[in-house]
Design a protein around this ligand. Structure first.
Ligand SMILES: C[S@@+](CC[C@H](N)C(=O)[O-])C[C@H]1O[C@@H](n2cnc3c(N)ncnc32)[C@H](O)[C@@H]1O
Length: 300
């Protein structure tokens, strides 16, 4: 392990000694390639002047906020908020919080088993020989977009995100890791639903962890179906019974998502369903425990 991973882990355990077994398991579950990418991400943050204590704060912010929201959800049976206005100023437009949240979320994509499983699914399914236009909705920390730029043959990349903080974090990551593609990408700070992109224009559309953050997920999916080319690679992740500070749309089952996709002129090509750790999908559903889901979709 590099010094930065060691000091990051120590800083996490200083804040929460109970996380020790979890961190040990997480670090030993990564493939050598994933561990290298995790190290590279932490080293990149360190180069930007973000010390490992701050990164541990970012990570623990998500851990603690999620735990608090899970307790609320188990007690009330619904998410704390259900409108964009309830969360926008505290999260997406609060630079200090959003920065911490996005660095923390990028770290969970290495450390949390379900987030790692979805990142692996993305890496496995992302076409490497397809060219054309790639769109990402809500890139956030930018790690998926940067990965697509590094691993695929798409020729142009567009990211649309409503948060200035996310746009800046994504731009910094891409500029660092894909400097040769600086003329091949564009980032737009706006609501995706206002982006008015042309019909049948994208060869790939990726939207990770956005559907549960919006009031009308059907509007997002219909818009994706409208702007995707007939054979586009469409990758979407979301979650079921999975509270977080800014989750406002509660999905209750994979069947609900299946129907929603169908109603929005999309269908599932390949699913990746990740139940709560140590439980089956049926047990997770019965106990209303979080389930993460990722899909490759196609237009119907
Ligand atoms: C939870 S983050 C997901 C980050 C990353 N895609 C991932 O999978 O880890 C959600 C992102 O979606 C953005 N977002 C939320 N509502 C949006 C909207 N209406 N239009 C564009 N982006 C939006 C947020 O600003 C944030 O950057």
């Amino acid at each position: 392990m590099t010094q930065n991973i060691t000091t990051f882990t120590e800083a996490v355990l200083e804040q929460n000694p109970l996380h020790k077994k979890f961190m040990q398991t997480a670090l030993s579950s990564m493939t050598p390639d994933e561990k290298t990418r995790f190290e590279t991400y932490i080293d990149y943050c360190a180069e930007k002047g973000l010390d490992t204590g701050y990164l541990a704060d970012c990570y623990m912010t998500i851990v603690e906020d999620t735990l608090r929201e899970q307790m609320y959800f188990q007690r009330h049976g619904h998410y704390r908020h259900n409108s964009f206005a309830d969360v926008a100023n505290d999260v997406y437009f609060n630079d200090e919080y959003m920065s911490r949240y996005m660095y923390g979320l990028a770290l969970t994509s290495f450390l949390w088993p379900n987030h790692l499983a979805m990142a692996r699914f993305f890496n496995e399914t992302l076409p490497t020989d397809k060219t054309g236009a790639y769109l990402e909705i809500g890139p956030g920390h930018g790690y998926y977009l940067m990965t697509a730029m590094a691993r695929s043959a798409f020729t142009s990349f567009l990211g649309v995100d409503i948060s200035k903080t996310s746009i800046e974090q994504t731009r910094a990551l891409i500029t660092h890791f894909a400097p040769d593609k600086k003329d091949a990408f564009d980032l737009k700070e706006m609501d995706f639903l206002d982006s008015s992109l042309p019909d049948n224009s994208f060869d790939a559309i990726v939207m990770g962890e956005v559907l549960e953050h919006v009031e009308k997920p059907d509007a997002f999916l219909k818009e994706i179906a409208r702007i995707a080319k007939p054979d586009a690679y469409i990758f979407v992740t979301t979650c079921i019974n999975a509270p977080a500070v800014d989750h406002i749309y509660l999905f209750k089952s994979p069947d609900e998502l299946d129907t929603l996709f169908h109603d929005c002129s999309l269908e599932i090509a390949t699913p990746c369903l990740c139940p709560y750790e140590g439980k089956t999908l049926a047990e997770s559903a019965a106990l209303k425990l979080p389930v993460n889901v990722a899909y490759v979709l196609r237009k119907t």
